[in-house]
Design a protein around this ligand. Structure first.
Ligand code: 1CP
Length: 341
């Protein structure tokens, strides 16, 4: 039995003593303890070594006091497992030297056996569960197929992912073949994460907001729906499709238990779109953690007031920024914990 199961209770729609809180990208560069390990080991070495992934995953639980741990890994381990080379270039971000552009390129990718290619993730999850010793739940995750396609085709980060969009708009059949391969891999990957011990899983569609409503349904949501359906009897799922506020109603209709929202939509409006049968997660502007602590305290109260008594998990509206002081992150978490509605 978990000692702190606030997150799972709220995902199930049950009454909880208070609002649970965690932060996207909470294991990362704003923590000096993470930076020590980052000096010594390469990024994928940190992901692939269960002891390191475990230590990094638990750091924010011990240092910041969040109500959930999220597996330390990256969404790009999936294209790696599918056969593409993925590098993480210092201060530049992800780089895939041989991206997918043509039918011929597609012969280089496969739907892999996830135990063979991603077994290190499941080993890390088992170790993390043992080390957490039931203190808080563990969140597993994967990228949404659309966001993964963005990197597989563009080959690197981008503000517009124009080449990925051009690929989908000019070679739609190829795009759908690739999206289905990513979906099949992701389903097996997330199912195995839950079997290894993940208590819930989040699907990160960081670039969902680059698509209009019809393209979002066609290139993203129809695949996310398959993933949510495949996990339905295993664990609650949270969909975070940044910027795709226009599709909150359709996302709620997938049966996902949680929907992440960013700070560009008000909690009231999100609730109106999503309905009452789903938990909302978010939506503090990550840059506001750079404000003085009293401002953070005031703004967190305003956010919680705005979400009201509905199903809510407090979080940022996107990942924490590397330049956030540790006490500001802690002030965010403490303000949620100390909130009196
Ligand atoms: O130390 C370093 O410099 C590496 C930075 C880093 C970290 C800490 C990367 C590279 N990935 C991660 C870990 C990570 N990535 C987690 C760990 C768990 C946690 O939240 O604490 C998670 C959930 C991710 C997910 C991820 N990776 C997303 C989706 C969430 C989001 O922030 O939008 C995306 C888009 C990525 C790709 C990626 N990996 C790394 C970077 C810098 C990026 C983004 C690059 C870009 O902007 O295109």
């Amino acid at each position: 039995m978990l000692q702190n199961d606030l997150l799972l209770k709220v995902l199930r729609g049950e009454q909880a003593e208070r609002t649970p809180v965690w932060m996207m990208r909470q294991a990362g560069r704003y923590l000096p303890e993470y930076m020590v390990l980052r000096e010594k080991y390469g990024f994928f070495e940190r992901c692939q070594t269960p002891e390191l992934a475990c230590e990094i995953t638990i750091q924010p639980v011990n240092i910041i006091g969040v109500d959930a741990a999220i597996l330390f890994s990256d969404i790009l381990v999936v294209p790696q497992a599918m056969g593409l080379e993925v590098q993480l270039v210092e201060s530049k971000g992800p780089y895939l030297p041989d991206p997918i552009k043509t039918q011929k390129d597609l012969t280089r990718v496969r739907v892999p056996d996830v135990q063979e290619t991603l077994g290190y993730v499941f080993d890390a999850i088992k170790l993390i569960k043992r080390e957490l010793n039931n203190r808080v739940p563990l969140i597993g995750f994967a990228g949404a197929p659309w966001t993964i396609l963005c990197y597989m085709v563009q080959g690197k980060g981008s503000k517009t992912f124009d080449e990925a969009k051009a690929f989908c708009y000019t070679q739609p059949e190829l795009a759908h073949t690739l999206l289905q391969m990513i979906t099949d891999t992701t389903i097996a990957y997330l199912q195995a994460q839950v079997k290894a011990g993940a208590d819930t899983v989040q699907i990160f569609d960081s670039w969902g907001g680059l698509l209009g409503p019809a393209d979002f349904e066609n290139l993203s949501l129809q695949y996310i729906r398959q993933i949510v359906t495949a996990l339905k009897d295993l664990a609650p799922t949270i969909i975070f499709a940044k910027g795709a506020w226009h599709s909150l109603a359709s996302m709620a209709a997938t049966g996902a238990q949680g929907l992440g929202i960013d700070w560009c939509i008000s909690p009231q409006m999100a609730r109106q779109f999503a309905g009452n049968q789903v938990t909302l997660q978010g939506n503090f502007d990550p840059a506001k953690l750079l404000s003085p602590i009293p401002v953070i305290q005031k703004e967190v109260k305003q956010m919680l007031d705005a979400f009201g008594s509905g199903r809510h998990i407090a979080n940022l509206g996107h990942g924490i920024l590397p330049n956030v002081p540790v006490d500001h992150a802690r002030a965010f978490v403490d303000s949620v914990k100390n909130y009196k509605g």
